[in-house]
Design a binder for this molecule. Sequence first.
Ligand code: BTN
Length: 293
Amino acid sequence: MSPAGREPAADARSRLSPRELRAAPGQVIGRRIACFDALPSTQDAVRDLGCRGAPEGVAVFAETQTAGRGRRGRTWISPAGRGLWFSVLLRPALPPERLPQIPLAAAVALARACRQAAGVTPAVKWPNDLLWEGRKLGGILAERVAPSGRPPFVVLGVGINVDLAEGELPPDLRGLATSLRAAAGGAPVDRAALARRALRELDAGYRRLAAEGFAGIRAEWRSLAAWLGRTVEVRGPDGAWAGTAVDLDEDGALVVDTAEGRRRFLAGEVSLRDVPRSALSGRPVAAGPPDGP
Ligand code: BTN
């Protein structure tokens, strides 16, 4: 039995394997895949590969992480078989000022993957969270690495709670996080199908960003952020600001109208405490397209 007293879904128990996640022809993200039972953090594994010159697109999955981390040094709880915990090596040919667009494109890609694999479309929260009914369903961690004597690269980490029970969370996170299974009304979610979709959508979004620029991804991101137009609090590098979140701009900055005028944030944390849950849900989708092999 799980700590919460219920049996894990059959899909949650089966291990992910590179064979079942194999990339489609031409796909860069996921063209090489490694799956581990346990790692301290998939971020560190991919960082090591990047420093040793591994090619773009390598993806590392772990069933569990013993030192999973989130943004701002927070711990990321990653129990075995309960979620997708993986990182991808990127070598983007983008100017540094466009790098913040990568996790925004990833959030859109992962929202699509959740819809395709589980019939649930999460909301996106700036800069890189996935939400369902205001609770955190997943998070994205983009780390830029600049090894000496080698070109810099980006490690893109993804954590999606697939079948995480409330009781598996530390007490301070209960009520703040949720899982895809809960969002799907308790229906089991096939982790391998979700992982395949995630890699394919990440790949498509990353190419689109490079080939077409940010405009299309920005439009899709805004459509998944029903909280735009509401009152938020942003803790940025130079303090906390309350105001109305008006937009995501063409650079990927969050634009907020504060009492002291309009401000742009390229980094920070947003609090949506006063936003009703109805604006913090994705939209349930009646039927997603069938999952292919
Ligand atoms: C956040 O919301 O703070 C980002 C969470 C990112 C978690 C993922 S799980 C796979 C990868 N390995 C880590 O240690 N972190 C990322």
